[in-house]
Design a protein around this ligand. Structure first.
Ligand SMILES: O=C(COP(=O)(O)O)N(O)CCCCO
Ligand code: NA
Ligand SMILES: [Zn+2]
Length: 305
């Protein structure tokens, strides 16, 4: 069933588990994520970035909203990294039930003002809002405290920000970053900072840049002919710890992309004569589904629907 993001995330924070927000760009990703959620009896968030909406258009947004309505588990359809009020309005008009306005690169007052404006519009039509405070950046552990404070989310600011904006959930910066290169070896995650934020912010917290970029997947991608440098993702133990401290929504995009691409390369390498797209998109869809199912096990959302 189609529900708001807050309906899914409030329960997750209260009961101490995480729910995956999986980025989808096409039919196969949508099918993989929803099939995984039904098989795992897990709530799930379908995340569409502005790039995904540009790429998939009405084909993608119609599928996402309609399939969410028909799903036998709670599903929210979420705008990921909305960059403007207008972009959020387009998502609201398309039937999304969760929207992110990301003004974390602006100064505090601008972020508050722009976020409040989106909260008013979204709440007027029963949709819940994700905001962001702090800059997503991989932070070496030894980095000076003042530099960390300049980038990572300040706990006291977070409390004031949520009170002044009325946002429903908050994306925090505690050391993660987008993409396949999140740091050297095991990225430093500032759990102490997260604990302080969670004490001051009762709302569900969101972790961006949370892909694991597992070595076996990186290897498979390389072996199929893919080129990728010294990749590193977030250690599963750091995800579990972050969830125990208040993270309720975990964004995963890179892991799905790596799996999908590796399987397509493998299929094409194996049979150069093949030109039926279903023969290489099908196995790629299965691989994405398996990644999603294992992420749901890590987050503790299995059986929570
Ligand atoms: O936080 C994330 C995903 O992070 P990751 O790259 O670790 O999968 N996202 O918000 C997805 C970004 C989509 C636009 O490129
Ligand atoms: Na988001
Ligand atoms: Zn993100």
């Amino acid at each position: 069933m189609l529900v708001t993001g807050l309906e899914i995330l409030k329960k997750a924070r209260e009961e101490g588990y995480g729910v995956g927000a999986f980025n989808v760009n096409n039919m196969e990703f949508l099918q993989a994520v929803l099939e995984a959620a039904e098989e795992q009896r897990s709530p799930v968030i379908l995340a569409l970035s502005e790039g995904a909406m540009k790429y998939g258009g009405r084909a993608l947004t119609l599928m996402a909203v309609e399939l969410a309505k028909e799903a036998r588990v709670p599903v929210a359809v979420h705008l990921d990294h909305g960059s403007s009020y207008e972009s959020v309005l387009r998502a609201l008009r398309a039937g999304f039930t969760s929207v992110m306005i990301d003004k974390s690169h602006e100064d505090f007052e601008t972020n508050v003002r722009e976020t409040r404006r989106v909260v008013e519009a979204a709440h007027a039509v029963g949709v819940t809002v994700e905001a962001e405070l702090g800059r997503l950046a991989g932070i070496e552990e030894h980095v000076a405290v003042d530099e960390k404070d300049a980038l990572l989310t300040n706990p006291e600011e977070a409390r004031i920000f949520m009170e002044r904006t009325g946002a429903d959930y908050l994306a925090v910066a505690i050391g993660t970053s987008h993409g396949a290169y999140k740091g050297k070896g095991r990225p430093f995650i500032d759990h102490a900072r997260l604990e302080r934020i969670a004490r001051l912010v009762p709302a569900p917290l969101v972790l961006h840049g949370a892909s694991a970029v597992p070595p076996e997947l990186v290897e498979r991608f390389r072996a199929s002919g893919g080129e990728i440098g010294e990749a590193a993702g977030i250690h599963p133990e750091d995800i579990r710890k972050a969830i125990s401290l208040g993270i309720a929504k975990i964004n995963t995009d890179t892991d799905l992309r790596l799996a999908f691409t590796a399987l397509i390369r493998e299929a094409l390498n194996k049979n150069p004569k093949e030109f039926d797209p279903r023969k290489y998109l099908g196995p790629a869809r299965e691989a994405v589904k398996e990644v999603v199912k294992s992420r749901m096990e890590l987050f503790g959302s299995v059986g929570r629907a």
